[in-house]
Write a protein that binds this ligand. Structure first.
Ligand code: NAP
Ligand code: ZN
Ligand code: ZN
Length: 348
């Protein structure tokens, strides 16, 4: 085992602290990654705070990882020392079930191994990217295109793929009207990606505070959901609504904005269940759907798409000692639009 520097949550309620964690010695198929940047996802906060169930502490989170390969196992074929690589939300899966065979490892029928807070094959609890190094099987490592600014790329590994995958699945493209609810980490990537795919994009945000930012990202329209007139004005309009909000919403109100055969795809993951009046979806033969991150091949496709279309996240680079403050800002919807930790500052 190797001891590396990290930031970890001692419990569900205490601030994160600088500490050390253990990483395994690289096996034949592993690469060792020197982490340069780690994005802060709202899921990190949900997980640590116990929103989705009890956890083992201390816990290091972070599943938007960008770094450089510093060592490779004896049988690694896809990566070399010095390669720029990324790791997203999962680090393994069974590789045998029907969903893994279909390249949808995120839906592994035996449960994928999450980058943090998951039981790894050796029985230990996985620890995430708020740390200086990580050891990952090469099959779950992504290649980072050099044209995407390295200090901005990390959020693509979760926020990017989580919005790209449903937009692709529901065939978003020219001639389609897409609404994105919530202009945070996921939402701003949803806007940029849907715009790059050629759709007409509308942002549905709590207020008009971030309107100029949203329009600069490629949104065609921007509405405040605090204004009830918004729900009248936009009735029966959208082919796809992508809900990225971390809190429960009035689903009936949003579903009313879908056109014939329109779909509301939920990627936001509030702790509480939501309710829906089925008459809301009988109208216009609407669908309510969900989507979880994306497969490894699709994540590489997303990175390459972003490189080709010049899409990159809007980030605010912070030092490790600002993580707790950044978490409070995420909780207050005060993020523009993803915090990225400069891992070089960790443990200084
Ligand atoms: P985030 O940066 O905090 O963005 C969420 C946005 O939702 C906020 O910026 C805010 O946007 C809006 N919002 C927050 N609270 C709200 C409320 N009470 N009512 C209405 N709108 C509210 O979070 P994120 O990192 O993008 O993650 C969003 C959610 O997706 C989280 O629940 C996260 O766990 C989940 N997630 C799911 C997956 C998946 O695979 N399905 C993957 C990653 C993350 P405005 O200020 O514009 O209104
Ligand atoms: Zn995430
Ligand atoms: Zn599987």
């Amino acid at each position: 085992m190797r001891t590396v520097k990290a930031y970890a949550a001692p419990s569900a309620t205490e601030p994160l602290v600088a500490t050390t964690i253990q990483r395994r010695e690289p096996g034949p198929h592993d690469v060792v990654i020197d982490i340069a940047y780690a994005g802060i996802c709202h899921s990190d906060i949900h997980t640590v705070r116990g929103d989705w169930g009890p956890q083992h502490y201390p816990l290091t989170v972070g599943h938007e990882i960008a770094g450089t390969v510093t060592e490779i196992g004896s049988e690694v074929t896809r990566y070399q020392v010095g390669d720029l690589v990324g790791v997203g939300c999962m680090v393994n899966s069974c590789r045998e079930c029907a969903n893994c065979a279909a390249g949808q490892e995120q839906y592994c029928l035996n449960g994928n191994v999450g980058t943090y807070a998951s039981v790894d094959r050796d029985g230990t609890i996985t620890q995430g990217g708020y740390s200086t190094h990580v050891v990952v099987d090469e099959d779950f490592v992504l290649r980072i295109p050099e044209s995407i600014p390295f200090e901005k790329v990390a959020p693509l590994l979760c926020a990017g793929i989580t919005t790209y995958s449903p937009l692709r699945h529901w065939n978003v493209g020219p001639g389609m009207k897409v609404a994105v609810i919530g202009l945070g980490g996921l939402g701003h990537m949803g806007v940029k990606l849907a715009h790059a795919m050629g759709a007409e994009v509308t942002v549905l945000s709590q207020s008009l505070r971030k309107k100029d930012d949203g329009l600069a990202m490629g949104a065609d329209h921007y509405y405040a959901t605090s204004d009830s007139a918004t729900f009248e004005t936009l009735k029966n309009q959208f082919d796809v609504i992508l809900n990225t909000v971390s809190a429960p919403l009035d689903v009936d109100a949003y579903v009313g904005l879908l056109t014939l055969d329109g779909t509301m795809v939920n990627v936001g993951a509030p702790p509480e269940p939501v309710s829906v009046h089925l008459f809301s979806i009988f109208t216009n033969r609407r669908s309510i759907a969900g989507s979880s991150i994306g497969g490894i091949a699709e994540t590489q496709e997303m990175l390459d798409f972003c490189a080709e279309h010049g899409v990159a996240p809007e980030t605010e680079l912070i030092s490790a000692d600002q993580i707790n403050e950044a978490w409070e800002r995420v909780l207050a919807s005060d993020v523009r639009f993803r915090f990225v930790i400069d891992i070089a500052t960790l443990g200084q």
